[in-house]
Design a protein around this ligand. Sequence first.
Ligand SMILES: NC(=O)c1ccc[n+]([C@@H]2O[C@H](COP(=O)([O-])OP(=O)(O)OC[C@H]3O[C@@H](n4cnc5c(N)ncnc54)[C@H](OP(=O)(O)O)[C@@H]3O)[C@@H](O)[C@H]2O)c1
Length: 250
Amino acid sequence: MINAVGSPQSLLLLGGTSEIGLTLARTLVADRCRRVVLAGRPSEALDRAADDLRSAGAQVEVLPFEASDTGSHPALVEKAFVDDVDLAVVAFGVLGDQARAEVDAAHSVEIATTNYVGALSVLVPVSQAMQRQGHGAIVVMSSVAGERPRKSNFAYGSSKAGLDAFATGLGDVLHGSGVHVMVVRPGFVRTKMTAHLEPAPLSTTPEEVADAIVQGLRRRRETIWVPGTMRLVMSVLRAVPRPIFRKLPI
Ligand SMILES: NC(=O)c1ccc[n+]([C@@H]2O[C@H](COP(=O)([O-])OP(=O)(O)OC[C@H]3O[C@@H](n4cnc5c(N)ncnc54)[C@H](OP(=O)(O)O)[C@@H]3O)[C@@H](O)[C@H]2O)c1
């Protein structure tokens, strides 16, 4: 159960090797989170992540999870919820290659399948399990990329726009049920996902995102931007007329 100061004591991390997700997991374990379920594609990195969290004092289970294997998701969620899950975090995703996505339909489909279809496929059983449990929070890693499509990454942005809309609607449906849904819209975060790119203005770190998630959950926020100034930046960018927007070097 989430304790009196709002700290989750059990975590399901979908995307068990996500740098943002694992930074959040370490923060929560340092703050009395005792049970962690890491759901991810089997790899040495996933095993290492589990060992690190065990060394930090958590009881860790590892469950195989492939976003595109939607048929396996209900059973995975059932296994994760054999005990209480206070917080579930949807942290998997791929950035993809925008130039390739424009000419290779299979690559566009892969981005959409991982970031959008796969996420919806786990969100539905997770939200049902949490409603049965009667309490908990779901954090969904969206992105500012979904707020307005940019020429430079609209394949990824479109998948996040769809996910963001679904998660926001789910949050409204679950409002008052005891299950809290929080949508997280980071800007550029310096992780392995973006390691090949020049950091964008206002770029941030996994630590800053994890802290913002913890604070957002405590305040029961429904949407957060990281850094917070991104909210203002995006509200300005949304208002830029399209003929100008398409010429911006972003
Ligand atoms: N970094 C940013 O700038 C940024 C900004 C805004 C939003 N976000 C979002 O924040 C979340 C976490 O990002 P991050 O920066 O922590 O990225 P990351 O370190 O690259 O982690 C991505 C995660 O997604 C998993 N994944 C990819 N494809 C998968 C699949 N088909 N099935 C299951 N798992 C799969 C990866 O697992 P493997 O280890 O098996 O590959 C990894 O656990 C993502 O949803 C991302 O879109 C990131």
